[in-house]
Design a protein around this ligand. Structure first.
Ligand code: AMP
Ligand code: MG
Length: 331
């Protein structure tokens, strides 16, 4: 029997609703991102955004999928990691729908969902994943029943670094695409702190140095170019080491920062050097959205995983490697 799952994503500034079938067909995927005119994301404002726009987005997703609520077999929601108020608002909607429709509820790990939607789209079986977004920077690969974090940022995420730099130099949010555009006309490379520690990396030193150089009058184009080359070079180094050690043959790039063409080009080069296939998740599935939650919910449900409402509390600090990947027991 084909199952249809409604997935709700709401870990940070975006709220999304997606509808996916157990055959891997994405029937609907709509979202809205809170983008403050100035400053960063306030968790309370983001959760208010979700509670105000969530019901409309859910209705829109069902309409786009051409389904009535009664045709949904299962509800999945992003249970963590993320901002507590945002997670709780999203979980409350998911519980209410599950109770109203009398359908099972599944809690999905947001980072795991980024990997699984990439595997669905690419057909990859067992990739090394570079997951780069506003809130996360991780190199992930399956080993011993879990998605292990082989490397990650020790401080801020790469998207956060680009956005914070952008804010300091007068760009609007999100700054990532603006930095990418400006970097194209950068000519001179300014050395910035290249901070790789084993398999982990750190972006805060680079951010401080780039802001200082900007205040000293260095051209914005040159700085954007230098920031990208340094930040992406660090990611390439640990991704390459992960591929070399795990001997996996697929490299997957996902998360909001995957929209960057220069990063894609650099990682394509890494994959080529190691005879690995490369896939960049398409823009509509790269950022935070509900389809990835719905699809991962289906995988979990089919493997027997479901949540009782009373124990469906959210997990703001849920790590990628704390979820048993029961649906991949064959690997
Ligand atoms: P997410 O957290 O997955 O919703 O992704 C949002 C993040 O992706 C923000 O930090 C954006 O600045 C970043 N981003 C989006 N497009 C690009 C791009 N072309 N280059 C670099 N970063 C980007
Ligand atoms: Mg994300």
């Amino acid at each position: 029997m084909v199952l249809t799952c409604l997935g709700l994503e709401g870990t940070a500034h975006s709220f999304g609703a997606g509808v996916v079938t157990s055959e891997g067909e994405v029937l609907a995927n709509v979202w809205d991102m809170l983008s403050p005119k100035e400053g960063g994301i306030h968790p309370r404002e983001a959760s208010r955004h979700h509670s105000e726009l969530g019901p409309g987005l859910i209705a829109q997703a069902l309409q786009n999928a051409g389904l009535s609520p009664a045709e949904i077999d299962l509800i999945a929601f992003s249970r963590g990691p993320g901002l507590g108020p945002c997670l709780r608002t999203t979980a409350t909607m998911a519980r209410a729908i599950a109770l109203t429709l009398s359908v099972p509820l599944v809690g999905v790990n947001h980072c795991v969902a980024h990997v699984e939607i990439g595997c669905l789209e690419s057909g990859f079986q067992d990739p090394v994943t570079v997951y780069v977004s506003g809130g996360n920077t991780q190199i992930i690969a399956f080993a011993g029943g879990r998605y292990r974090t082989f490397g990650e940022t020790l401080d801020i995420a790469i998207g956060n670094m680009l956005d914070t730099f952008g804010r300091a130099v007068g760009m609007r949010f999100p700054a990532g695409p603006i930095v990418e555009r400006k970097a194209k006309s950068g000519k001179r490379f300014y050395p910035l702190p290249y901070s790789v520690k084993g398999m982990d990396l750190s972006y805060s030193g680079m951010l401080t140095a780039a802001k200082r150089l900007f205040n000293e009058g260095v051209s914005l184009e040159d700085l954007c170019f230098s920031l990208q080359e340094t930040a992406f070079g660090m990611l390439a180094e640990i991704a390459e080491r992960a591929i070399a050690h795990t001997k996996k043959r697929e490299l997957l790039l996902t998360g909001g920062v995957a929209r960057n063409n220069r990063l894609t080009e650099i990682l394509e080069g890494v994959a080529e050097r190691h005879d690995a296939q490369f896939h960049r998740v398409s823009p509509s599935l790269a950022g935070d959205q509900g389809a990835m939650i719905a699809w991962t919910g289906i995988l979990q449900y089919q493997a027997g995983d479901r949540l009782d409402i009373p124990s469906s509390h959210v997990l703001p600090k849920w790590r990628t490697d704390e979820q048993d990947i029961v649906w991949r027991s064959d690997l």
